[in-house]
Design a protein around this ligand. Structure first.
Ligand code: G4P
Length: 525
């Protein structure tokens, strides 16, 4: 197969949802469907258990296990599918944001009784920012669900995207009879099954008697009525609009019962984008360019405290990556060669000889990489679109063992490179501030500093509302602001100016007094 065909047959995407909507179950059923695993339950056992939410050591242990499921590759109908796992736990939302930067499209799972929930709304903002095409899967139709039209309205309103249903449920809960596949006009009758994949019946004419025979007259009439309305309200899917993130195809089903998955997957491989061009600070990189380029979007520490080695996940953006070949690490200007690049097929990790755009490879790292780093064949490119977001929680980090300050600094540095949290150094008193998305990360940092770096840290409270990256074309006003707010000025890890506002009110006043300054809640603008 030619190089271009290899690229065109790749689909790299992430599944996102609010915890409990069914992301893990759907992932697993897709793998089952693709033949990558053979029994249901294989992925699920790797999931961070809900019961463990307050037990961070257990979470770390499970995160270790979850390296294997970070990327799940499989083949389906000649298409190479890469599913990128996103942590469901909201304290690791930053991880999810970054993983989304490596996805070419996204499937959003929504619980049919709960509708769109908070975490999904947040993640959708990131998709919108990057114009990522999304498909929505409405899950758990085997349980009493909301009216499908109400669900669609909810999705449209909450996710701020037009919807286009491509399958339609017939009842729900006890009365759930199946789904009608609008996309290819067939009926799939519901029989609960955790292991089996259900086949559809071809019924192109919904007015035919056959429909009544299968689902009963009442349900058949209801379906006819619904479909008529669907055809009126929702026009045929326009793929361009989907690719442009203006419209989201919607599917209904029950992941647990393997139901509605085939419809989703068959449509997905047809409409979802192959690897897309990527923006760098210098230029747009096309996937079919001859020369290799890629960027690090995730770093996973090895859970063995005796070995501080890590696995850097690289998304390939152009060209062919080859084992044992010299590539330029653009940030530090060094050439690096990788003898054990790994790819992930289902839960197996294997050493690969080459990889194509869309693929994710794992590179053994002893501390040379940080999130956002670029690898190329020599060109000095810097991929865009991997921003840091303002953290939600902040604490001063202090050294509790003066003999170990070197270890502490090294530990903090490396954990920040991994993207565990963000570091800000206050320019007024030089104290280090750690910002996180969830409270759990403070415990994770403390634990890892001790176990991996033998350093003991202590947290001290600081009252902060947001970290804002500031910019202005008016140099004088920028300098004036920095002088007047010097107590609140910090540098992030890249040396960028960050204003640490201690309240919403303080931020509003600052915005009013310095109209020529722009306050950003993310590091890239
Ligand atoms: P998440 O990754 O989004 O957090 O969700 P997950 O797949 O773990 O699903 C959350 C719960 O919802 C699980 O039940 C799962 O079995 C259930 N579930 C997923 N899809 C469906 C569905 O289509 N129908 C029904 N009825 N339930 C579904 P649990 O009891 O919390 O866990 P478990 O004991 O089943 O593992």
């Amino acid at each position: 197969m030619g190089y271009k065909e290899e690229i065109l047959r790749r689909r790299t995407f992430g599944i996102i949802s609010h915890p409990d909507a069914g992301k893990t179950t759907l992932t697993e059923k897709l793998l089952l469907f693709g033949g990558a695993i053979h029994i249901a339950g294989a992925v699920k056992s790797n999931k961070i258990k809900k019961t463990a939410t307050s037990d961070f050591m257990e979470i770390e242990r499970q995160r270790g296990i979850s390296v294997a499921t970070s990327v799940m590759g499989f083949e389906y109908k000649g298409i190479k599918i890469n599913i990128l796992d996103t942590p469901g736990h909201q304290d690791f939302a930053e991880d999810t944001f970054r993983t989304l930067t490596a996805c070419d499209s996204v499937i959003i799972v929504v619980d049919s009784a709960k509708g769109v929930e908070s975490q999904t709304r947040k993640l959708m903002q990131v998709c919108r920012m990057r114009k990522t095409p999304v498909i929505v899967f409405i899950n758990k139709l085997d349980r009493p669900s909301n009216d499908p039209f109400d669900i669609l309205d909810d999705v449209e309103r909450e996710l701020q995207i037009k919807v286009n249903p491509l399958s339609w449920p017939i009842g729900s809960g006890d009365t759930f009879k199946g789904i009608y596949n609008i996309y290819n006009q067939s009926l799939c009758l519901y029989t609960p099954s955790i292991q089996n994949i259900q086949e559809g019946l071809e019924i192109t004419d919904t007015d035919s008697e056959e429909l009544d025979q299968h689902i009963g007259k009442r349900s058949a009439d209801q379906l006819r009525e619904d479909l008529e309305l669907v055809r009126e309200v929702y026009p045929n899917l326009n793929r361009e609009e989907y690719l442009d993130a203006q419209v989201a195809p919607v599917f209904f089903g029950s992941a647990l019962n393997n139901f509605g998955i085939r419809e989703l997957l068959d449509c997905f491989i047809e409409v979802a984008p192959a690897p897309l061009p990527r923006e760098t600070e210098e230029r747009i990189v096309q996937p079919d360019e001859e020369k290799f380029s890629g960027f690090v979007f995730k770093i996973h520490a090895n859970m063995d405290p005796n070995h501080r080695d890590r696995l850097a996940f690289v998304k390939i953006c152009s060209g062919v990556f080859k084992r044992n070949t010299n590539y330029l690490h653009v940030r530090n200007g060094k050439n690096l060669k990788f003898s054990t690049p790994t790819a992930f097929m289902a839960s197996k990790k294997t050493i690969i000889e080459d990889a194509y755009p869309g693929d994710i490879i794992g590179l053994h790292d002893t501390g040379t990489f940080k999130i956002g780093d670029t690898l190329t064949e020599g060109e000095k490119l810097h991929f865009k679109g991997i921003p840091s977001f303002s953290p939600e929680l902040f604490k001063y980090i202090e050294n509790s063992d003066p003999m170990k300050s070197k270890q502490l600094n090294k530990g903090i540095d490396q954990l920040m490179d991994e993207g565990v949290a963000q570091l800000f150094v206050n320019q007024f008193n030089n104290r280090k501030i750690i910002g996180t998305v969830g409270a759990l990360q403070f415990e994770v940092i403390e634990y890892r500093l001790l176990h991996e770096y033998s350093a003991i840290c202590r947290w001290e409270p600081i009252n902060l509302y947001k970290a804002c990256w500031i910019e202005s074309l008016d140099y004088a006003q920028l300098e004036d602001f920095k002088k007047h707010k010097s107590q609140y000025m910090a540098k992030d890890k890249e040396g960028r100016d960050v204003f640490l506002a201690d309240s919403q009110y303080m931020l509003q006043i600052a915005q009013a007094n310095y109209p020529k300054l722009i306050f950003h809640f993310k590091s890239e603008f």
